[in-house]
Design a protein around this ligand. Structure first.
Ligand SMILES: [Zn+2]
Length: 105
């Protein structure tokens, strides 16, 4: 087992959101159980890879513009994030290679 890279071992992640009950909506946030490690704070390499593959599958459905930036907000990334930046995030976050581990799914 290794320390979960998503929650750094806390077992929870802080999720930003908008409070739509306020006008204008205000930014707020809350802690959710980490879904990379199911709140355990630790993960096996297999669990990490499974999570990476789920997210990768999701990313494939995210539209991009002509500059290869995502056209909607996705996961922790804001609209306009370059796809390449997200790939680097995958490699750092999950300790794998996008080219050899994910593109060959
Ligand atoms: Zn975690």
């Amino acid at each position: 087992m290794t320390i979960c890279p998503t929650c750094k071992g806390d077992g929870t992640v802080f999720v930003k959101s908008m409070d739509l009950t306020k006008n204008p909506p205000t930014k707020t946030g809350f802690d959710l159980p980490c879904d990379t490690c199911d709140g355990k704070g630790e993960v096996t390499k297999d669990e990490l890879r499974a999570k990476a593959k789920r997210l990768w599958a999701e990313l494939r459905d995210i539209p991009t513009n002509k500059d290869d930036e995502i056209d909607v907000e996705w996961h922790i990334f804001t609209k306009g994030t370059e796809r390449e930046e997200i790939w680097h995030w995958f490699e750092n976050e999950f300790d794998l290679s996008v080219a050899t581990d994910l593109m060959r799914m």
